[in-house]
Design a protein around this ligand. Structure first.
Ligand SMILES: [Zn+2]
Length: 245
């Protein structure tokens, strides 16, 4: 064991270097560009408060389940669902999600993931999963973006819940392009057969993760592929939810 004074000294120097780094490379909020204060990460607390989290642990998930029921029927409704924020186009959350998805700001994914993990934990329901599965990107799209934002969110959730992330249970079988601006019928058509079983067998309780859910067509198609490849049940977790665009 190291003497107490040495470890105290080491932590003192670590804090000093961290502080110096902050002076040399000040961290700013990625939404409003304001300087971040001590304890803030990526987004300032002012911007976070404007995301308007759903009230309570179940409100977001319930809204999401009603939308899926309306569009796809009872058989498509997930066993459980959690969602942090209502999503509005051109709102502050939209800006943050754009940064996460297209501007390389992937640490935001684990930040949102940790918040989502805390929400799931606070819901009082059974929160052990056999696999946390991020919605996969087509391999070409993954190369183009260099990372999958849903995987970063899944890693954040895993850090809180302790369940493992699995990226190989299912994969995209076709390059579907963006769903933005498509009607529900077009989305469903676009998604038919979009996923298939991956290289890793799937079993038990699965938590399927994505950034934003609109009609749910993509999540429902992916959940179908997970159930077909051996999952017993599939719950949904998303950061944002919008009923229609
Ligand atoms: Zn801000």
């Amino acid at each position: 064991m190291r003497p107490r004074s040495v470890s105290l000294q080491a932590s003192h120097y670590c804090r000093m270097i961290e502080g110096l780094g902050h002076i040399l490379f000040p961290k700013v909020c990625i939404v409003c560009r304001k300087l971040l204060e001590q304890g803030e990460e990526q987004i300032c607390s002012g911007c976070f408060s404007q995301f308007n989290q759903f009230p309570g642990a179940d409100a977001g998930g319930n809204a999401l389940r009603s939308t899926i029921l309306k569009h796809f029927g009872l058989q498509a409704v997930p066993a459980d669902a959690w969602c942090l924020y209502p999503f509005h186009r051109n709102g502050k959350l939209h800006e943050a999600m754009h940064g996460l998805k297209y501007e390389g700001l992937f640490p935001l994914g684990s930040l949102f993931g940790r918040r989502l993990g805390e929400l799931i934990k606070s819901s009082g329901r059974r929160v052990e999963f056999d696999a946390i599965v991020p919605l996969p990107l087509h391999s070409l799209k993954r190369i183009e973006r260099s990372y999958n934002q849903s995987e970063k969110i899944a890693e954040g959730i895993s850090g809180v819940l302790g369940s493992p992330v699995s990226t190989r249970c299912i994969e995209r079988s076709s390059y579907t392009g963006s769903q933005t601006g498509l009607t529900l019928t077009a989305r469903r058509k676009n998604m038919a057969g979009a996923f298939r079983a991956g290289r890793q067998p799937c079993r038990g309780r699965v938590l399927l993760v994505d950034d934003v859910l609109t009609t749910g067509a993509t999540m429902v198609a992916a959940a179908g592929a997970l159930l077909a490849s051996g999952a017993e049940s599939v719950a949904f977790a998303v950061v944002g939810f919008t009923e229609k665009e």
